[in-house]
Design a protein around this ligand. Sequence first.
Ligand code: SF4
Length: 117
Amino acid sequence: MTDIVADIGRGRPIELVKGPDAICGGLTAEDRRACDHDCAQAETLELDRLAVEGVVGLLGADFSVPVVIDESMVVRLRAAFTARSIRSACRRCPWSDFCTEIAAEGFSRTKLFPPDA
Ligand code: SF4
């Protein structure tokens, strides 16, 4: 995950996919079974759909092709996330408190374009 995030920060285009992505797809079958949030589960696919709806609606980018995410896009995403305007997926997500805490800390410990870098 750390390597992928670093690559994205250096301009690696991202592609929105249905189901396991480059991160979750790298887990072992055992890890995938142990995860209660597996990306191939119907509930998780629905959370992903809601999250994509919020992100695409905010950025207005054409995500039918790979997109380079720059710092200004991340700043906009974080502001909207903090304002809860792109969090419809979070209402049903077990990690909601954790992500709320990250936003409340100003994303200070995040790896992609950390605010104080
Ligand atoms: S709570 Fe966090 S992990 Fe869950 S959908 Fe929202 S941003 Fe994603």
